[in-house]
Write a new protein. Sequence first.
Length: 706
Amino acid sequence: MGNIQVMKENIRVHELAKEFGLSSSEFIIILKEEGIDVSSHLSVIEPDDAELVRSHMQDRAGGAKVAAPSGDDVADPASSGSTDEDAPASAVVDKPVAKGSKKGAKAIRDVRKAGSKELHLKPPIVVKELAADLDLKPNQLIHDLLKMNVFAAINQTLDTAVAAKICKKYGYTLVAEKREKQAGSQGVRDEIAPEEVVYDNEEVSKRPPVVAFLGHVDHGKTSLLDRIRNTNHTASEAGGITQHIGASSIEWKKETITFIDTPGHEAFTAMRARGAMTTDIVVLVVAADDGVMPQTVEAINHAKAAEVPIIVAMNKIDLEGTDPLRVQTQLQENNITPEDWGGDVAIVPVSAKTGAGMDDLLERILLEAELLELKANPKLPVKAIVLESQLEQGLGATVNVLVKNGTIKVGEMVICGRHYGKVKVLIDHLGKRIKSAGPSHAAKVVGLSGVSECGALLVGCKDEKQAKKLTAERETEAREKQLQPRRHVNLEDLFRQIEEESRKELKVIVKTDVQGTGEAVSDILKKLESPKIRLEIIHNGVGSISENDVLLASASDAVIVGFHVRVNPGVNAVAKKEGVDIRLYSIIYELAEQIKDAMVGMLEPELREEPLGKAEIIQIFTMSKGGKICGCSVSKGIVRASAKARVYRGDELIYNGVIQSLRRFQDDVKEVRQGFECGIRLDHFNDFETGDIIDVYEYREMAATL
């Protein structure tokens, strides 16, 4: 086969076209078909591209040859019945494989092996990485792609179908699966993620029910739990409102019940919804004196969305003036039909203050649990829901979890989203260290590499190697999503952007003690945004306010809002130097009110038009120095010097400007009232006629509102 000398310098299109006996125009068409963008016969092609084009043109002309390697380590192609199509690229090249070439021989031996090997790859498949997996040089793989009419650079991604054909050529079957492992496969990169594993024996033994208390703020949810658990948490909460999601278990009549204490303030809607979705039974707390309130309806919707049974605890029955019938009627109006009225929802009268009805409530919870036939398998690897996550001094990242199935043990490896770690410590709801926690039990887990998202799944992992690999993959996926190209803007977007840029903006950095509270604070702040001012949360973190927070706020012109956190030593001095405002809060509605006031304060006062009076032109006077004055009769209100004025002729507006001067007889005056005559001179307007009406008004500043 005649060899084409590879040029080591750039070559123009018309020069390369001559090598193949083509005109420049014909050659340009071929180049564009193959994805090489050239504009004319004088366009320059780089050496590497020129070499690829030569190889491709040779293949188009049928110039590719099959070399006949010799040597003891190279099998005869005829002995295996293989064709040129199945032969490795090392056997189909522009020049023969050197005798004794180890890589060429290895490639041929591999394809001669009986049976097909599986190569599990996770898209996107990059040329360079595929070459490494097939033990090829990248340019060799690129050469193979050219033969398939695919032009690809070394870092370009390949379509899965194309990659499969390449793999087949080298004796592999491409399995482009996410994390599925097949028996007997070789080269497997990923397994099924622990979160996705399903066991046949997941429900073999009885487990305790998980109960959430939902309802309107101040209706007594935490007080009822305090009575049940013989604790007193309400007094320790600022403003008497629960700020976090917590979980605890009790023993009653030799049965275990786990309670999730969900916050009651409306700002915690997202947290309350998550609480409902992790539970088996919802206890809807309704105060007998208040009845059904907006957050009661909200709680009903969350429970129904979670498709869990509801028990109504009618609290405060010890108070005078209560009306249980009114409460039942209101519940009926919200699709909660009491058992007494033919429905399936139990209404249990209780009093957190006196303890009345507590046994009845617990008895009903166990009855509902028995009907649900709740089961789990404590011998399986743990699967738990993250109820709360935080950074704690001396402990690092901790998560409060509710075990859904399996058992979590001290010393085992766990993975939670993009974080992993060995369980160093387990702490129960009483603050005691425990060795394990089984289904439907809650525990604080110490040992993860970072703060996980609330609602994430924490699962057991077989070893640290698997955990590191999975979390690294998830980090890469997260970065790839962030780096994905943004959609190009269109004209409509530009108009909207111009409108948006005219809005004022308040940037906020939020720091809270736990992530769930951070979500709640973000939710309430986002509700404050209005068409007049944009509120942007540029960072939402967990932990004390640090110097880095202040520096970020300074660079972004933002304020720092801290909720249930402290300011690290020395940070206030840095904030003062940088001119950064730090606000600390312990009650959610105080935070909302002050941020709203701050937003209103950023707005300019609104100018509101206020009518003053009307005057009719009855005579026109021409001044000796030029200009005209209209003699008018004030028919309504007052006419004021320097006020705004509109001149109407019939229904047509012919002037909108300012009263330049106002006279009564020969004197300049400040204002003229209804029933009097005056002379009015308008600023830069003389084309009025008798009978025209002058409408006088002014603008008054009003306090801005969102």
